[in-house]
Design a binder for this molecule. Structure first.
Ligand code: 13P
Length: 249
């Protein structure tokens, strides 16, 4: 399975940061990695980023609203992201769940909106530190898969991102064994519900993924790539992670 290395810039970046996208594109064009490459900049930069990328890498959004259009001040639809040049959108990131009250049901609606617009939905799940300490990590992730991935999922239009909340931006990661355990469990949940589509869907790991740990994490069982925050902001770090992915089968 070809891995997907995706950068989530979160609320970082102005037009000056497009130089990082250009640098990643040049790296990819000069030494094509053996993985798919996606950068999700803030919405304000999507059109310019897509124009700069010229198809050398994919550009995505970080969120969308489920409706196509309407009186929803400040919101952006999946169709608008597509129109701006995005080919994917992250839905249900834990920061959206935490700061915007997004429930599994809302995340599911957003995933369907992404499909409707012809975007790949990157559906994020992951346990809190308390849930892990209580021994509930697998149960939490299984529930989130069941509740936030809609019926009719296809592997071509859907990517799952496992991001333990306590590993995001903290420099801490689960052990390799813990990552593989959760990814195997997610695979089992997807396969049970969606059959062969569930078997094929890529499952990304996210949470303090960086050049120094990328190679070991990206070679774990059922890890189909990475979703990278901090280390995606600099082309040199992101490029090192692309290379780590390429070295993996
Ligand atoms: P960090 O890589 O900064 O931990 O963020 C991970 C993340 O939330 C990506 O969506």
């Amino acid at each position: 399975m070809r891995q997907l290395i995706a950068g989530n810039w979160k609320m970082n970046g102005t037009s000056a940061s497009l130089a990082e996208i250009e640098a990643v594109c040049e790296m990819v064009a000069g030494d094509p990695p053996n993985c798919d490459v996606l950068i999700c900049p803030p919405a304000t930069l999507i059109a310019q980023a897509a124009w700069k990328a010229k198809g050398r890498i994919a550009i995505g959004g970080q969120n969308c609203r489920a409706e196509i259009s309407g009186a929803f001040t400040g919101d952006i639809s999946a169709e608008m992201l597509k129109d701006a040049g995005a080919s994917a959108v992250i839905v249900g990131h834990s920061e959206r769940r935490q700061y915007h009250g997004e429930t599994d049901a809302i995340v599911g609606q957003k995933a369907k909106a992404a499909w409707r617009a012809g975007l790949t939905a990157i559906v994020c799940i992951g346990e809190s530190e308390q849930q892990r300490l209580n021994g509930h990590a697998l149960h939490t992730c299984g529930n989130q898969i069941n509740e936030s991935v809609p019926d009719g999922m296809t592997a071509a239009a859907t990517v799952i991102a496992y991001e333990p909340i306590w590993a995001i931006g903290t420099g801490r990661t689960p052990t390799n064994g813990e990552i593989a355990e959760v990814h195997d469990h997610i695979r089992a949940c997807l396969t049970k519900r969606f059959g062969s589509e569930g078997q094929k869907a890529r499952i990304l790991y996210g949470g303090s993924l960086k050049p120094s740990n990328a190679a070991e994490i990206l070679r774990l069982s059922n890890v189909g790539g990475g979703l990278i925050g901090g280390a995606s902001l600099k082309a040199s770090d992101f490029g090192a992670i692309l290379k780590a992915s390429s070295r993996n089968p």
